[in-house]
Structure formats: C-alpha cells, structure tokens
Design a protein around this ligand. Structure first.
Ligand SMILES: *Cc1c(COP(=O)(O)O)cnc(C)c1O
Length: 230
C-alpha cells in the first residue's frame, strides 16, 4: 500500500467508527481532502487511492492545480476566505463553496455560474462560538441572511447548509458544544427553508471524529491525509 493509501485508510477507519457511534454509516460522511499548499503529485497519489473530493483555500493556488487534474472525476471544494475579485473563478472550478458569508458573493457566484452553465452548491460559514478571531456569520444573523438570498431567486447557486471551524486549542467539551450548536442551527434552517439544507461541514484533522459524532456530513481533513504542511 502507498503511504497515501495508508493514511486514507486510517482516516476512513476513524470516519466509519465515528459515523457508527452517531447511528450512521460511513457513506453519510463526505471526506474532503484539504490539499492547500500540497503538490499535484500529492493529490494524484490520494486520487489513486480512491479519494475524489478535494478542498482548497486559495483560488489562485487551486487554479494552477485544477486544470492539471481535469477529467479525472475530482470534486473541488473552496474552503478559504472568499474575496470579491475571485468569485468569478469559482463556477466551473469548484462544485462547492463552504465559506459564504457575504450576500454579494452569492449574487456574483450565481451570475458567473449562469454564464458557465453550472450550479455551485454553497454553505454558509457560521462563527458559532462568536470567536472574534474567526470569519463567518453569527448564529443570529443566519436566518435573515438566507432569506435575503432566497428572495433574489438566483439561478446558478444552491444553498445547501452550514460550515464552521472549531476553536483552535479548545477542549473536547467546547468543540462538541460548538458542533452540536451548528447541527441545531441546520435543523432550524431545514424546518424554516426546506430539505435542501442538508449539509454540515465541520471537523478538521484534530476534531473530525467529534464532528461526525455530532452530525457532520462533510469533514475537511488536511494534515492527517497529507502530513504536515510546509
Ligand atoms: C486548512 C484547513 C483545513 C484542514 O486542516 P487540517 O488541520 O490540516 O486537517 C480544514 N478546514 C479549513 C477551513 C482549513 O483552512
């Protein structure tokens, strides 16, 4: 087994175990391999091992890699801080954006998506813990934000759920509470806005097992799959 395949198998084993303890199976959780700063060869090694979802946090860096891996069935997720002048590069390159936090970005992505003839799936980044060091909407802003986007009836985008980042250095109880809070917020969104709100992106290398136990449908794992970033 290649080193990449071994790392992937280890992460998948953790996912299977954590999914089971939340009464689900591993296929209810999508593993997004966070390949930011990693080489195309490193992505290819994981792809050869069977991994197809990859996450990038810088549009420019991603756009060097994505064309080189074209036609191989990869699904790209944008997980970084969105900038207005980069939104037009999202459609056609990324299927998912996990980090929407500005209304105008939804409209810009929608417009570019229509031109490209694609649909981009969006998650709202929520700062559940109201951590001043974090990006994202506060929990109490989420409903109004969604309402304003839905009102515009934008073609080319689909709001699908919520994303959050656990506080670095937080202990397990705090991490668990943060993730449970996001799950409750998603449930409220689903009651209010309908079944399309079905995605919960939470959990990174240091806390993805906890995130899955608390209901994550997507985990974003970099270090545990690729090793430490340079
Ligand atoms: C870098 C990054 C990750 C992956 O972090 P690891 O600790 O390496 O697993 C996940 N989510 C976001 C938003 C990131 O920026």
């Amino acid at each position: 087994m290649s080193e990449a395949a071994e790392k992937l198998a280890a992460v998948r084993a953790v996912i299977t175990q954590a999914a089971r303890s939340s009464g689900r199976t591993a296929d209810a959780v999508r593993l997004v391999a966070v390949s930011k700063t990693q080489s195309v060869d490193a992505v290819r090694a994981l792809l050869d091992a069977g991994q197809t979802d990859f996450g990038e946090s810088q549009v420019q860096d991603a756009m060097r890699k994505i064309p080189l891996l074209n036609g191989l069935g990869l699904h790209w997720h944008f997980i970084g801080h969105l900038q207005s002048n980069k939104t037009r590069f999202i459609p056609g390159n990324f299927e998912w954006v996990h980090t929407l936090e500005k209304e105008k970005h939804a409209a810009r992505i929608a417009q570019a998506a229509q031109q490209a003839g694609v649909c981009v799936k969006l998650l709202l980044q929520v700062n559940v813990a109201n951590d001043p060091a974090k990006q994202g909407l506060h929990s109490n802003e989420v409903f109004a934000f969604i309402e304003r986007i839905l009102e515009q009836q934008l073609a080319g985008i689909q709001l699908r759920g919520l994303m959050s980042i656990g506080r670095r250095g937080a202990g397990e109880p705090e991490t668990r509470a943060t993730f449970a809070g996001l799950r409750e917020l998603l449930e409220s969104c689903r009651q209010r806005f309908g079944g399309e709100f079905d995605q919960l992106s939470m959990g990174m290398s240091n806390d993805y097992a906890i995130a899955i136990e608390e209901g994550a449908t997507m985990v974003r794992v970099g270090t545990d799959l690729f090793g430490a970033r340079k």
